[in-house]
Ligand binder design. Sequence first.
Ligand code: DON
Length: 325
Amino acid sequence: MTDVVERLNFMHDLAAIVADIAEEMQAAPDRGKPADYIPPLARVDVAQFGMAVVTVDGRVFTAGSADELFSLQSISKVFALTLALGKVGSQLWDRVGREPSGSAFNSIVQLESERGIPRNPFINAGAIVVADVNLTRGAPRESLAELISFVRHLADDDTIAVDVEVAKSESETGFRNVALANYMKSFGNLHHTPEDVLALYFGQCAVAMNCRQLAMAGRYLMAAGLNPTSGHRIVPETRARRINALMLTCGHYDASGDFAFRVGLPGKSGVGGGILAVAPGRASIAVWSPGLNAQGNSQLGTLALERLATRTGWSVFDRADAPPA
Ligand code: DON
């Protein structure tokens, strides 16, 4: 009985915590700047903030612009990695490393000394190799359709789609990604043409989702690889644990250490201003605010997650007996 009362109290608290955080973020003066190298992203209003928390027992708490669509950008690298591991399993690690890079998301510097093997699957070079692995359906659009159908299944929402304007702009401005792909091709670490691999990569970055859909899509990572509502297995438990480990160590590029220090949750950011964070065994969380900090991660999204982790005790470095969600 005490357990039930404690749980109900915590649920009530969680609703209040999410509402309080959104209120604080709406009023925050320092909101960062939207990504300016992809024109449609540069136009998004920095006044917006959204948040969604989906708990392991299926409750959904939202606040602010939680139903506003935004560009997934690098958060798509989590879902692409999950698909690629499903296709080739641990053979992926012959072509991509598992170490933090300590460099910007689009850096090319380590690739020469490391002979075309990217440090991890979340920097652009790593995600381009992952896209090469996922290009199993012939034309890039068929492989992109497979990825979209996977995220629709995860989020239980068939409306999720690519923003074609962002995809087009991405490919018109993606000169660094073209350089990364060609450079890795020269080392033999791409099996398809750079053009086809990048068509898939640009398409996956341009998937649009809102916070509610993203938090739903991340549920398998908080629930040991299962859809916690249906009990359906998405990935083996070990794989979910390892993806979380990569998100914690590499999910925020050269700010991954700072994110672990401040928030203490596996998280993956995108230059659209979204962040997917996972409180294992407790909740899947999505935040979005388009203004970015100097490392290209959402300024207010990071702050909101810091507040949430502090008030819930959900950091993976916290006491294990913090209240369950
Ligand atoms: O490759 C790019 O430039 C983008 N489409 C994705 C980059 C991104 O989201 C980096 N994350 N913070």
